[in-house]
Design a protein around this ligand. Sequence first.
Ligand code: ADP
Ligand code: ASP
Ligand code: MG
Length: 421
Amino acid sequence: MARIVLKFGGTSVANVERIRHAARHVKREVDAGNQVSVVVSAMSGKTNELVGWVNESSPLHDAREYDAVVASGEQVTAGLMAIVLSEMGIPSRSFSGWQVPIKTDDAHGAARITDIDPTELNKRMEDGWVPVITGFQGIAPSGRITTLGRGGSDTSAVAVAAAVKADRCDIYTDVDGVYTTDPRITPKARRLSKISFEEMLEMASLGAKVLMIRSVELAMAQKVRLLVRSTFDDPDAPQVAPDGTPGVPGTLVCDEDEIMEKQIVSGVTLARGEAKITLRDVKDKPGVAAAVFGALADESIVVDMIVQNVSDDGSLTDITFTVPDSEYDKAVRAIEGARANVEFGKISSSKGGAKISVVGVGMRSHAGVAASMFKALADKGINIQLITTSEIKTSVLIDDEYAELAVRALHTYYGLDKEDA
Ligand code: ADP
Ligand code: ASP
Ligand code: MG
């Protein structure tokens, strides 16, 4: 017997028929003698609709009311899932975040889970019930509902799995695992049978939105084994593990030591909507970067790539950095506001860039990955605007027009293409 948390994303609960199908996955696990908790997202498209209504009501709304509205989507699916499971003969009860309770900080709209009391969930499971928990939300110290940021149900599921000490957390979604790149970009994308937490964390941070970044961080810290698998599988089919042994199909996100064959490059990611901002003729003296990036940090703007040149004569230089397009206006305002502390000339900027990254733990021990990446892009005539690297990834900023071409070219170049494609 194992204890498993099953998380169903938006497509898995898009309507009552899909909820019934998802419930059959739950039933299979219960029938196998496992203790199961379920975490659900809102029906696909629902959260977007709710966010739209909030913005339509007032673009400058109170974040507490945003949370009150957008958290409602998951409440619907949790209740429906509990009804459907009960109808199948599986005793089930829905729980909103505040009923568990899932405690969070008070950062409305982007809250972090601080604590989950597992008592009620454990008791239910031990008594043969299946608790169905609303993903994406919790309760602030003030007693108000909070939400965790878009895609947050993944994080709820991992946090619940850690709290109830589950053996595994299964993420049911509309793809049958984690791919070498977004399968919507190239049909040659290949499913990985295993990926390390670290690589998954980089991939999620770099644009592979199959798992929310925070959920991978949490899984890595709490050592929760994650299995990403398809909701569309036949729930009654024999379960076959990624390595062909009896078990379950999908991609296992696990510790690096569990992966025998380490790839140099495991995946290629694409993040669109990157704004590039350059400050010209900045005084080249200590404290300048601290003043520029301090002004951005004060506005809670997350800066991604940063490049600063050395000036020829030690007097003036340029600083370039990127922020998400959505933060562009705020960033420019913050920089203009910092003029009192930093002297610079004009600001030149552009929105809508694309960041392409290659990720792999093998990069630690292999030289030349960055060089080969630049060559592969040069062969396609793609110009690189900015470059950043870390231990297990290399990223470049390019014109959005070439984004998909670049992903496909790199995917082929690093031998990731599916053999039969
Ligand atoms: P859910 O609603 O189940 O949470 P999401 O839409 O958040 O599902 O995430 C699944 C989607 O992530 C897939 O449909 C796929 O297009 C996208 N995706 C992006 N990169 C990858 C990748 N490397 N592997 C698998 N899916 C990816
Ligand atoms: N429903 C929320 C969203 O669309 C949370 C989630 O699905 O993970 O962002
Ligand atoms: Mg998601």
